[in-house]
Design a binder for this molecule. Sequence first.
Ligand code: ARG
Length: 461
Amino acid sequence: EAGALWGGRFADGPSPELARLSKSTQFDWQLAGYDLTGSRAHARALHRAGYLDDAELGGMIAAIDELQRRVDTGEFLPAASDEDVHSALERGLIEIAGAELGGKLRAGRSRNDQIATLIRMLLRDHSAVLAGLVVDLIDALAAQAEANADAIMPGRTHLQHAQPVLLAHHLLAHCWPLVRDLERLDDWRRRADASPYGSGALAGNTLGLDAALIADELGFAAVAPNSIDATASRDVVAEFAYVTAQLGIDLSRLAEEIIIWNTREFGFVTLDDSYSTGSSIMPQKKNPDIAELARGKSGRLIGNLTGLLATLKGLPLAYNRDLQEDKEPVFDSIDTLEVLLPAFTGMVATLRFHTDRMRELAPEGYSLATDVAEWLVKQHVPFRDAHEITGNLVSFAERRGIGLEAVDDVSLAQISPHLTPEVREVLTIEGSVASRDGIAGTAPVRVAAQRALLADRVRQV
Ligand code: ARG
């Protein structure tokens, strides 16, 4: 009977329509293990406060352990009549321990403080799983940066050729946002580190239960300080959903580049066969589906976040049933990333970069013009003039359809007396890249140092 947790005041059980709407076991059953862990801690708090004697505590823990076993083996499952994971597990406990003992466990707690605690426990575990998967991706990108340490590619702004950069520098540029996501997860963990258990329905409990004992047993650093806030707020869940959405966006940006690099027009990469897909009609096709799914799923991750935020907006204190809607979006975000990240990392780890092709295109589009202007500055030409002179040089070369390095000495001198033949020293992509040797620059020495710095930062989180 679906009214099992609150039968006393009601003449009838819930209508079938209500029961169907109200039911959450199809998604909250994954909290069962956390619920039972919480119940053991709660039983010990009840014992300490004098509501269970030694024998009862022993019997209660044994019954919870047996229920855990049945849950783990699938022997015990939520029934059609169970509203949620909490009611199902109470039914299971009573089946094992009997109504007399089993009926004592619920004293001093509410599903409201339970659920707020359990979701934190689940998210905490998955934050560690996600962090591990993100580290794997960072490692794969850093390994590609190391394997292609000398490769030079066209650096772009506005998707137009801008200045040559090291491929390694570009790949590391995708690592740093992921490092910040790791740091965000870490930071999130600190805010999620308070236990709502003991807050009851909203106002606390009257039984003198030691919430600190429960918090400690459940691995929380502290007890949440306000019982209303503890049961009514889900910003901790929304923040987690934000980090997953940001991760999705960071993957999507790289995905978009891989898709472009993989086109015939670019020809910068080849995807490994085992990380690409074919077409059912076009025999020649080899598609970057992993990257496309990453790009697509980022929309879903954003949707989960915005949906949750919309649910939370305007909710009065304290608990409202709306809060049940926090679970499916964030569970979906976790599932999405835990499936996506391993595939994405495999794709990155097995990418083959066509560094000859990148090299060939790196000087195109007059991408060394800034180097000429800065060379002129080193000859003490004011930058404003240097910019103008270089612009004239580009325009001259463009009219003739040649590169800057191919402009002859006489023409150089005609464009500006400052343009002596020595300017050609900066007209190589190697020279250009090596000269950007300030902190954070693309010079090979800097990029090597950056790789070491990255490894340090990842180890710190
Ligand atoms: N299933 C609910 C949730 O996920 C917890 C139960 C609280 N229900 C209630 N009627 N107070 O938020």
